[in-house]
Design a binder for this molecule. Structure first.
Ligand code: HEC
Length: 484
C-alpha cells in the first residue's frame, strides 16, 4: 500500500486554521515575553532593593508580580496548551517534525517553566516575610529560569524557519538543527522586544503608584528600558532579516502588503514617543492609557510580526521540509525521512491519503466534485480558504468566468510541477487535476452554494445507482431461487 502520513484536514471556514493558531500564538507571545522580561527586571530591582535597603522597590516588584500572576501567567498557561491543541490539528506533521527533533528540549523547558511558576508565587508572597537578600536570590533564580525557557523555545521556533545548520539535513543531530545564525538573531530580537513589552505593561503598574517622586523614578527607569530595548530590537530585526533563507526574503518582498514596512516603522516610532512622553510627564500614566498602549503594541506590533514570520516560511511550515499542507516535500537523510512526493506522483493524492473515503479513491463522472473538494481541502485549505472568507480565499485568485480547461492547465502546468516558489509542489494524476479544476471553477462561479448543490446531486445519483443495483441483485437472486 502506498499510503503517506496525512491526517484528516481541520478546516475552519471563517478565518482559516492558520489564523486560529496565529491568534492564540500572539496572545501567548505577549504573555510569555512580558513575564520573561519582567522576571529579569525583578532580579535587578530586588538586587537594588537589597543594596540600597529600599522597601518601595520591593513593593513595586510585588505589585507587578501580582499583576503578572493574575494576567500573564493565566493567559500564558491557557494559550500555551492552546498552541499545542491548535497546531496539532492544523499541522500534525509540522508539529511532529518538531517533536521528533526536540522532545527533550521541550521537556527541559517545562522544568524551567515549573521553576518559573513557583518562582513568581514566591516573589509575590514572600516579600516582607523573608529578608531582602533571600528575596534577591529567589528573584535571580526566577529570572534565570524564565530566561532559560526563552532560550530553549527560540531554538525550536527558528528551526521552523530553517534548521540551524545546513549540515542537519545530511547528518541530523539536534544541536545542528537548534543553533544557527537565525537562532541567535531571533533570540536577540525577542529578548530586546520582551523588555519593550515589560516596560509597556509595567506602565499599568506604575499608574497605581501614589507617591509622585517614586512614580517619576519608575517611569524614568521603565522609559529608558523601553527606549533602549526598542532601538536594539529594531537593529536585531535587521540582523534577523539577513539570517533567513533567500526564498523567505523573496516572499517577503513580493507577498507582504506594501504597508508592512511602514506600519512597523510607525509602531516603533509610536512606542518610542510613548516612552518619552511618560518619562517627561509621569502623571500622564493612568491605567487606561497604559492598558491601551499594551493593546496597541499587541495588535499593531506583535500580530504583523508573527504573521510575517509565518508568511515568509511559505511553502514550508517546519524545517524547510514539511509543506504547509502537511506533505513532506524533501528527503532528510540525517533523520531518515523520505519525501512523499514520489509516492503521490505514482498513485495520486487520493490513493496516497489514508483518510480518503473509499468511494473517492478513484475519480469518475459520479464523484468529480466531491473528489475535487477533497483534494482542495487536503492540498490547498491550509493556505487558501475555499469559502468566501478566511485566509486567501481561492476564488479571489481566478478571474470570473474562467474556463475549466484554463484552470486544469494551470493546475497541471504550475501546481503539480511546483513552479511557484511560495506554493508547494502538489503532484496529481490527470484525472485528479481535472476533478480539482471542475471543483475550483464551480466554487469560483457559484461559491459554496453551487458546490454543495453539485455534491448533493452526486450523492443522490450514487444512492440511486446503489439502490438500482440492489434491486437488480434481488431480482437476480429471486430468479435464481425460482430456478429461472
Ligand atoms: C503553502 C501555502 C499554499 C498552498 C498549500 C497553496 N497555495 Fe496557492 N498561493 C499561496 C500564496 C502565498 C500565494 C500568493 C498569493 C498572495 O500572496 O496573495 C498563492 C497564490 C495562488 C494563486 C494565484 C496565482 C499566483 O501566481 O500567485 C492561485 C491560483 C493559487 N494559489 C491556487 C492554489 C491551489 C488551487 C492550491 C491547492 C491545490 C494552492 N494554491 C495551494 C500559498 C499556497
Amino acid at each position: 500500500m502506498d499510503l503517506i502520513s496525512l491526517y484528516p484536514t481541520w478546516y475552519e471556514p471563517t478565518v482559516g486554521s492558520g489564523w486560529v493558531v496565529a491568534l492564540i500564538a500572539t496572545f501567548h507571545v505577549l504573555a510569555s515575553h512580558t513575564s520573561v522580561g519582567a522576571a529579569m527586571l525583578f532580579a535587578y530591582l530586588s538586587h537594588k532593593a537589597y543594596r540600597e535597603d529600599r522597601e518601595d522597590l520591593l513593593d513595586f516588584v510585588k505589585k507587578y508580580g501580582l499583576f503578572l500572576l493574575v494576567f500573564t501567567y493565566v493567559a500564558g498557561s491557557i494559550t500555551g496548551p492552546g498552541i499545542w491543541y491548535s497546531t496539532t490539528v492544523a499541522s500534525p506533521n509540522g508539529i511532529g517534525a518538531l517533536i521528533h527533533s526536540f522532545v527533550w528540549k521541550w521537556a527541559t523547558e517545562w522544568v524551567f517553566f515549573v521553576i518559573e511558576v513557583v518562582g513568581v508565587y514566591m516573589i509575590v508572597y514572600l516579600v516582607g516575610r523573608v529578608d531582602k537578600r533571600t528575596h534577591m536570590k529567589i528573584s535571580v533564580i526566577f529570572g534565570m529560569a524564565s530566561l532559560a525557557t526563552m532560550l530553549i523555545i527560540v531554538g525550536i521556533l527558528s528551526f521552523m524557519m530553517v534548521p540551524g545548520k545546513e549540515q542537519w539535513f545530511a547528518d541530523g543531530g539536534y544541536l545542528n538543527g537548534f543553533y544557527g545564525t537565525n537562532t541567535f538573531a531571533q533570540l536577540g530580537m525577542r529578548m530586546a522586544f520582551m523588555f519593550t513589552m515589560t516596560a509597556v505593561v509595567g506602565g499599568i503598574v506604575i499608574a497605581g503608584i501614589k507617591d509622585p517622586a517614586f512614580k517619576k523614578e519608575m517611569a524614568r527607569k521603565l522609559g529608558w528600558l523601553g527606549i533602549i530595548s526598542t532601538l536594539i530590537g529594531a537593529s536585531m530585526f535587521q540582523w534577523y532579516l539577513t539570517s533567513v533563507p533567500d526564498q523567505a526574503l523573496l516572499v517577503m518582498e513580493n507577498r507582504l502588503p506594501d504597508y508592512f514596512q511602514s506600519s512597523i516603522m510607525i509602531v516603533l516610532a509610536g512606542t518610542l514617543a510613548y516612552f518619552i512622553i511618560t518619562m517627561l510627564r509621569p502623571q500622564m500614566i493612568v491605567q487606561g492609557f497604559a492598558g491601551a498602549m499594551t493593546i496597541i503594541i499587541l495588535v499593531a506590533g506583535l500580530w504583523p510580526e508573527e504573521t510575517a514570520r509565518e508568511s515568509m516560511r511559505k511553502p514550508w511550515v517546519a524545517g524547510q521540509y514539511v509543506y504547509s499542507n502537511q506533505v513532506i516535500g524533501k528527503d532528510v537523510p540525517g533523520m531518515d525521512i523520505k519525501s512523499q512526493l514520489p509516492t503521490i506522483e505514482k498513485v495520486g493524492i487520493l490513493q496516497a491519503h489514508p483518510f480518503t473515503p473509499d468511494h473517492l479513491k478513484e475519480v469518475n463522472d459520479g464523484n468529480k466534485i466531491q473528489a475535487g473538494e477533497f483534494i482542495a481541502m487536503t492540498y490547498c485549505s491550509n493556505c487558501h480558504s475555499p469559502s468566501e472568507t478566511g485566509i486567501r480565499p481561492l476564488h479571489r485568485y481566478f478571474p470570473e468566468g474562467v474556463s475549466q480547461e484554463r484552470v486544469a492547465q494551470y493546475v497541471k502546468g504550475v501546481l503539480t510541477t511546483g513552479n511557484i516558489a511560495y506554493m508547494p509542489k502538489m503532484p496529481m494524476l490527470d484525472s485528479e487535476a481535472e476533478a480539482l479544476a471542475a471543483y475550483l471553477v464551480l466554487n469560483n462561479d457559484g461559491g459554496q452554494a453551487a458546490v454543495t448543490a453539485a455534491i448533493d446531486t452526486e450523492i443522490e445519483q450514487r444512492e440511486r445507482a446503489l439502490a438500482e443495483q440492489k434491486a437488480q441483485d434481488t431480482v437476480a437472486a429471486v430468479d435464481l431461487q425460482e430456478g429461472k
